[in-house]
Design a binder for this molecule. Sequence first.
Ligand code: ATP
Ligand code: MG
Length: 341
Amino acid sequence: MGIESSCDETGVGIVRGTELLAHALSSSMEQHVRFGGVVPEVASRAHLEAMVPTLEQAYAESGVRVQDVDAIAVTSGPGLTGALLVGVAAAKALALAHDKPLYGVNHLAAHVAVDQLEHGRFEERAVALLVSGGHTEILLVDDIVTGITLLGQTIDDAAGEAFDKVARLLGLPYPGGPHIDRVARDGDPTTIAFPRALTGRDLDKHRYDFSFSGLKSAVARHVQHEDRMGRTFEVADIAASFQDSVCDVLTKKAIDACLDHDVKTLIIGGGVAANGRLRQFAEERAAKAGIQIRVPRMGLCTDNGAMVAALGAEVVRRGLPPSSLNLPADSSMPVTHVVAA
Ligand SMILES: Nc1ncnc2c1ncn2[C@@H]1O[C@H](COP(=O)(O)OP(=O)(O)OP(=O)(O)O)[C@@H](O)[C@H]1O
Ligand SMILES: [Mg+2]
């Protein structure tokens, strides 16, 4: 069983190996909309209220109760401390009451591991592109539990964060990613040539790194300029041009990482992996480069408990020792640290 509470979704998943048995989710998203972003205290309280009902829902869906599971995994980081604490406390209570081994696992590795529920076990070395609200990373994955190497990451905003901020500039609701995705379908991505940061030939040091804050500013400048000129700007065209800039850079660097490391599989995970244009770019470019691409279905891309259960099952399968009952909530747990002590 896996429990997730790092941000604004309370998730409980139950798996048997790579088979998904339950995927119960409760989101406090609507409570954050009017603030334009997640309010940590509000999220923590919502987790508290949702935890037991979400557990019950997972038991009902799967016909499996906590008494029947082999182990309990929980996101111990990274994420919002107060939010993480609710899941960690719940998992500790269940582990203690039912005498089950407890595993604190890494949320980011779980975003990658979840694809196993969809497409089966990772058989060989892979590159993972992790694109979420708080993270944008390229990982070399020799083993999802014991062999993750960080190749590159964003030096400022995360990809999802850029989607959310640009949506706000364009007057679209929070969270902005799905809205930009939808609106951009009616736009022309060639309208505005927005910057593609850190893609120059001379930037070997940042070959696998990203930067999206300049792009965000470029969109803001464009919108202001059109306003000043008294022109009504076409939201769809700006959204499409912005989205293409992000997805172009993400997929280019991910494919480069595969080619450089002679890797034939690219896994894409995290909320932004739900993006239609990103999937399209990735599929086209991967096919050209002879690389197989693995992206979980949309409902498993954003935060959920199934991903935590999926990673937990891999940890158990490798026979690693359980985490201690003193397991902390670690808000800045690095992606290379997959299981908490
Ligand atoms: N279709 C989409 N296109 C682009 N972005 C999207 C889409 N759907 C969701 N997102 C973005 O994904 C992000 C949420 O993803 P996720 O739930 O994985 O992030 P998080 O859990 O908040 O961050 P982290 O996992 O880094 O802690 C938001 O920024 C949202 O705008
Ligand atoms: Mg996440």
